[in-house]
Design a protein around this ligand. Structure first.
Ligand code: GDP
Ligand code: IMO
Ligand code: MG
Length: 426
């Protein structure tokens, strides 16, 4: 069966850490969407590592890792990621497989991303500028390049044709650029990637699923509120980040999906532009940012911070069919006397609702809060959820009741080991 682990907020919930924790239970770990806009952090044995396109099962020698067809892959970043993994002596020929149908990000996609953001000025999305939007746009408009194309003698022609169309667009934007160096790096990286297992990964994954007892973990990137259909459009990414993306992004049937782990922070962050009803632009938000080290894993940008938002979490749980919740970064709330939880929004006409309006961007949403006591103590050294402070237990139980979904893991620090299993009260 396939289990899914995905973010329920605006990304950076801690997906990489939990995939790494769960990976020993899975034969296969697979990325199904997104690309190098993702930054998934893993910490163990005093080491910290950020992965962008390579699945977070890569440090577990018994797991096979698949980069699925739904991903947009930048070969230049891939080469750098592999080189950065050199100290770990990973046998990639046994543990890493890439779909030939994976879309390729070429250097001019990154230029187009930058040109489009520049043209939007104040209305910019706050993209990671990795070329994600333009690469997915080319895929959907049926002119994109796929990794399997790189193995064909006609690749250069296809590449040149695409770059010509990009150059016309860049000229239209009056965007100045110099492609030569990046193109050289791109073609070197493309040769490099040909040395890896490029396969029809839909066959591999389905063959594995046919083996008795084999479990597959699909690793989400970004978060449900950045989904192209259901996120805070247009301030979203360009893929389906929700559970539905797993079937099309890996080539598995919906009947194979089993558990859906929904992962969220005990508060909320967002990087980039777009609506964020519980955002704290004050001292409290700044304390959260410092305490949680809320700076982007991919871009280093400061993340916007705010209290947890139940209407958005309920929405994400509904869309994904979440069966288990994983709460991250509770230790960041150690410093607060009181913790606020947004239960509803007040609309401009005074209506109170816990549903998301069609347009979160232009509808002013006033969060309605309840306040719970903080625990005001360090969680270091606590290895069992039973030994947690009462106020933290009460906070967790309250969220679980409101969200009507079991919270089965609670994370108290960045390290692999700072992950506590919890018995649901539901
Ligand atoms: P991802 O994109 O969902 O994989 O998350 P990121 O790696 O971008 O961001 C999560 C950040 O929080 C990383 O720096 C992690 O090392 C860190 N982190 C994960 N879990 C915890 C936790 O329980 N407590 C604290 N303080 N940090 C955590
Ligand atoms: P992980 O997997 C947080 C945000 C960007 C921007 C919007 C569109 O680490 O959780 P894009 O580059 O996709 O065109 O940017 O989405 N974004 C993320 N925010 N975590 C991510 O990934 C993100 N990937 C994209 O900041 O607002
Ligand atoms: Mg991240």
């Amino acid at each position: 069966m396939v289990d899914i682990l995905l973010g329920l907020q605006w990304g950076d919930e801690g997906k990489g850490k939990i995939v790494d924790v769960l990976a020993p239970e899975y034969k296969v770990v697979a990325r199904f969407q997104g690309g190098p806009n993702a930054g998934h952090t893993l910490e163990f044995e005093g080491k910290k590592h950020v992965l962008h396109q390579i699945p977070s099962g890569i440090f577990r020698p018994d797991s096979i890792n698949i980069i699925g067809n739904g991903v947009v892959l930048d070969p230049i970043i891939f080469k750098k990621e592999i080189e950065a993994l050199a100290p770990y002596q990973i046998n990639f020929s046994k543990t890493l497989f890439i779909s030939k149908k994976t879309a390729i990000i070429i250097p001019s996609h990154r230029l187009l991303d930058a040109a489009s953001e520049k043209a939007k000025a104040e209305a910019k999305i706050g993209s990671t500028l990795k070329g994600i939007g333009p690469a997915y746009a080319d895929k959907v408009s049926r002119q994109g390049l796929r990794l399997g194309d790189a193995l064909s003698p006609s690749f250069k022609d296809k590449y040149n044709k695409l770059v010509e169309s990009h150059k016309r667009m860049l000229d239209f934007y009056r965007f100045e650029y110099d492609l030569a160096e990046a193109e050289q790096e791109f073609f070197r990286a493309l040769e490099f990637i040909k040395g890896f297992n490029l396969i029809e990964s839909e066959y591999l994954i389905n063959k594995k699923l046919a083996e008795p007892g084999t479990r597959v973990l699909a690793e989400g990137a970004q978060g449900s509120l950045l989904d192209i259909d259901f996120g805070s459009y247009p301030f979203v990414t360009s893929s389906n980040t929700t559970a539905a993306g797993v079937c099309s992004g890996l080539g598995v049937s919906p009947s194979k999906i089993n558990d859906v782990y929904g992962i969220f922070k005990a508060y909320c962050t967002r990087v980039g532009s777009g609506p964020f009803p519980t955002e704290l632009l004050d001292e409290t938000g700044e304390r959260m940012r410092q305490e949680g080290r809320e700076f982007g894993s991919t871009t280093g940008r400061p993340r916007r911070c705010g209290w947890i938002d139940l209407p958005t979490l309920k929405y994400s749980i509904m869309l994904n069919g979440v069966t288990q919740l994983v709460m991250m970064k509770v230790d960041v709330l150690n410093i607060f006397d009181e913790i606020s939880v947004c239960t509803h929004y007040e609309l401009p006409d005074g209506t109170i609702t816990d549903e998301l309006p069609y347009d979160m961007t232009d509808t002013p949403l006033k969060p309605v809060y309840v306040t719970l006591p903080g625990w005001k103590q360090s969680l270091e050294g606590i290895t069992s959820f039973e030994d947690m402070p009462d106020a933290l237990k009460a906070y967790t139980a309250y969220l679980e009741r409101e969200l009507n979904t079991p919270i089965t893991f609670v994370s108290t620090g960045p390290d692999r080991n700072a992950t506590l299993a919890r018995k649901s009260g539901l």
